[in-house]
Design a protein around this ligand. Sequence first.
Ligand code: GCU
Length: 680
Amino acid sequence: ITNTREREGYIKALSPWQVEGEAATADFIRQELTAALGAMLGVEAGPVGDYTHNSLAHPVARLLVATPEESAVIRSLALGDALTRVGQEGYLIKTTRYRDKPITIVTANTHAGLLYGTFKLLQLLQTGQAVSNLAIESAPATKLRVLNHWDNLDRYVERGYAGESIWNWHKLPHYKSQRYYDYARANASIGINGVVLNNVNADPLILTPQYLVKVKALADIFRPYGIKVYLSVKFSSPNLIGGLPTSDPLDKNVQAWWQAKANEIYSLIPDFGGFLVKANSEGQPGPGDFGRSHAQGANMLADALAPHGGNVMWRAFVYNVEANVERSKQAYNEFKPLDGTFRQNVLVQVKNGPIDFQPREPFSPLFGAMPKTPLMMEFQITQEYLGFSTHLVYLGPLYEEVLKADTYAKGAGSTVAKVVDGSLYGHGITGMAGVANIGSDRNWTGHIFGQANWYVFGQLAWNPEVSTKQIADDWIRMTLTRDDKAVNTIRAMMMASRETAVNYMTPLGLHHIMGWGHHYGPAPWIGEQKPDWMREDWTSVYYHSANATGLGKDRTASGSNVIAQYHAPLRQAYSDPKTTPTELLLWFHHLPWHYELANGNSLWHELVARYYLGAQAVAEMAKTWDGLEANIPPQLFKQVQMALAIQTQEAAWWRDACVLYFQSYSKQSLPEGFAKPKHS
Ligand code: GCU
């Protein structure tokens, strides 16, 4: 902190500081404060003053971090029932007086709460906020705030764009990389309290004793940071590594195998979080292979974990082409009938949209359809469909749009956020998962702005109601610059970046027209000449349905009738293009090229206009960034500048490819004012 007045104000308010308690977490908090206050304020490294002797009579600290259990000073303060309100993981940060002297306290019922409170206090300093009169009470809205690593055991990260996996399975358990500690610190600083270490397309070897000792090593490192370890498991593990002839969930030997496996895991990792399961989806094995339901599969695992307090996160991402039902309907069809049949320790984990992490989708109708089941949100932080780690796309507005969406499940105001945080149906167990964008790149996420997506995920899992604009602001101040003008410019850029990506990739409700398999760049033509082996629901033409008369997928009653899965009044609104939000038009409707939109443009005109707008906005973003050179650390400036140059080219590539492709159906010339695509 370079502003002397500000720095002195902070020093006066917070130094000397003291952390009471002997637990490992208290040590980490001491380390964090030593490093952070040393770096930011230049205060002596380490705590000053001795609280252990004579503390009640002569407290010297201005900042005290402790649980009431470990601190007589905290116990002596009148905190009312604030600590009851913040629960297990929440915290209080308060400016008060002790023996007539001002004191700032960070307190909580648990060490995890202390850690979160400490990071919050440091965030206040990093973002330049006043700390002289604090009264912050905060508790997480969801219980399980979990990163899902799609990391394979050979360190390949499925849909990872930031280098290889940070888990070095080869050197574990003995080699404990500093990265693991820094990863835990970063997560704890945003309230993340769980990590699924391995890919949902799970390797059964993760459950072998050889790997479990490695998992234990990571769990031991993460524990003091309040982070539990979970594993993705392959449903056929009893057969593949257990030597059993079957993995049928109703088979007694299979059940016994999972129970023994759970016992083995908990003997190594007493606070193990539980299992994440992708079953009967994209070729993965599952209970369906034995004629059993998702609930029967999930419940068998839940029973094995229950005695130890573990949970099952059972994914609802299921579809198969044989079902001959439109893909976006399948999860609802399979899961809704199972509502009320899952064990108490099962959460069904639902992707935010009904297809697959597209730049824009409506929310999954499952969020309004399973009142008796805790539904866990699954967001994707890694930018599989959003330009990998090359494109600057701040995902806050995407997450916020989904969380604020109204399902109308119990009338107006039944937002997705309220389903997920359990408040709509009173579920005790709740959660949010984010598919991680983390790898061994020096900056963790490939693109430095990818860090903002990790950050905003954590903040929203803690509080889904908070504004993602504010989160962007905080992140910029902590990461890039404290210059107000520059902060405003960058924040505006970030906030617009998702809509910009939608415009140059998939405007007006288009979706899944990315390159086949890798999902990078435009390929709306995939499926035009479909070889026999290619799944229809993995082609682009399946989703955009372009033809000579028009464009878009008919999901109304005249088509696949997906709208029936939404509650009134959404169902009615989506049934008519006039009352469907323009942003989702082609998601729900197949419309004629000359269809007139509310703004008077024809569909063709608006489509072209949006592609051009998107590409133009990226070029402007690059120009804006150029103007920020003086405010950004040189290396970061240059990296982002280079990435934006690529993004500018690729947005134009997207625009040209899509406009030219769809033009081959619309047979119309470009509306006036739009230059002919260069790549034609
Ligand atoms: C997408 C993604 C896959 C992933 C799958 C899933 O289809 O492309 O790589 O395995 O989602 O979420 O299971």
